[in-house]
Design a protein around this ligand. Structure first.
Ligand code: P6P
Length: 338
């Protein structure tokens, strides 16, 4: 574009660092290292079908090398990049039962912990559907200089200092917030940099898209069934019937709705009374982005960011997107318990 001044992720992070009075570059360093991990993961994701990396973890490839599933590779890459930042003392990952703590002196002295889903939706890789990396950053509550404790990771989402996702789609984007709005960066492969492409992202208050796995319809709560029927009624004034769009990859479904307006729902069902999505490294970071973009994120009754986690891999029902659409489905859910 004429006169377009490229602003890279690193330039943006450093520029924004001045907005945080006491920033000493630690958070900036973390975000930059996440950007590096994303570029390395992106390279593998884009060639997944070719680099013989789709097989099961533990298998060996034709060179006799140990084969890593792409999500294991992504996990290892995130751990390596965050450890080398020396600004993170521990990680809770979807790929690891317990939290990973770093015991070198510099990392033990770091102020931040990270919760991450290194490659969400990875089952879609084999069929070339967009997938994503999700991250959430907290300031530790345990004393610096010690190994992080479980309490560092079990903080409510309102305590996040930053959160974001990378979507490996038709282009690769990194979208994040530090609590002062949401900004999106598109990877320019010709220079290997994430460049600001979506400044100050805001999601529409209303939308014409609803995203839910209707295959589970019979197992949904009555309020969700009623909302789905509401979406399907012909009502020109409200633009209904809405379009049903469901990719089955949280980051891809959420990102589309963030830009166009819409609602994403993964409710509790008879077989999954707590829902399927994880609070720490899926719903809290995505919920933080949703709110910072003017949207909403709840479990149908409570603000997601105010839920106090009890365990690392805790699940929660998840309703997020355009605020008026989330409010409407909550009306149906809450009328069922009146
Ligand atoms: P279902 C992917 O496995 C994932 O964790 C999310 O990315 C996605 O939104 C959800 O599960 C899809 O679940 O049960 O509809 O296939």
């Amino acid at each position: 574009m004429k006169g377009y001044q490229i602003k890279t992720l690193n330039e943006f992070i450093i520029e924004k660092q001045t907005e945080f009075a006491f920033a000493r570059g630690e958070l900036s360093g973390l975000l930059q290292h996440i950007g590096i991990a994303a570029k390395i993961i992106n390279k593998k994701v884009n060639k997944a079908g070719l680099v013989d990396i789709l097989g099961e973890a533990g298998a060996t490839n034709i060179q006799g090398e140990d084969q890593k599933k792409l999500d294991v590779f992504s996990h290892d890459q995130m751990v390596q990049s965050l450890k080398s930042s020396c600004d993170c003392c521990g990680i809770a990952s979807e790929e690891n039962e317990g939290a990973i703590t770093f015991d070198d002196e510099m990392s033990k002295d770091a102020s931040y912990v990270i919760c991450t889903d290194p490659l969400d939706g990875s089952s879609n890789i084999d069929v070339n559907v967009s997938v994503g990396t999700i991250f959430s950053i907290y300031r530790r509550v345990s004393p610096k200089g010690t190994e992080p404790m479980l309490e560092d990771f079990l903080q409510p989402g309102i305590k996040q200092v930053a959160a974001g996702y990378i979507i490996y789609g038709s282009s690769t984007m990194l979208v994040y917030t530090t609590g002062k709005g949401v900004n999106g960066f598109t990877l320019d492969p010709s220079i290997g940099e994430f460049c600001l492409s979506h400044p100050r992202m805001q999601t529409p208050k209303d939308g014409l898209i609803y995203s839910i796995n209707e295959g589970n319809y019979v197992k949904f709560p009555e309020g969700v069934k009623k909302y789905i029927k509401y979406c399907q009624v012909i009502d020109k004034d409200t633009g209904r019937p809405y379009s049903s769009r469901y990719i089955g990859s949280l980051v891809a479904d959420f990102h589309r709705n963030l830009l166009k307006g819409g609602i994403f729902i993964y409710p509790q069902t008879a077989s999954a009374p707590k829902g399927k999505l994880r609070l720490l490294y899926e719903c809290n970071p995505v919920g933080f982005i949703a709110e910072q973009a003017g949207g909403k994120a709840t479990d149908g009754f409570r603000r997601i960011l105010e839920i106090k986690p009890e365990s690392l891999h805790q699940r929660t029902p998840f309703y997020t997107g355009s605020i008026n659409m989330v409010n409407k489905v909550e009306e149906f859910l809450q009328s069922e318990i009146m």
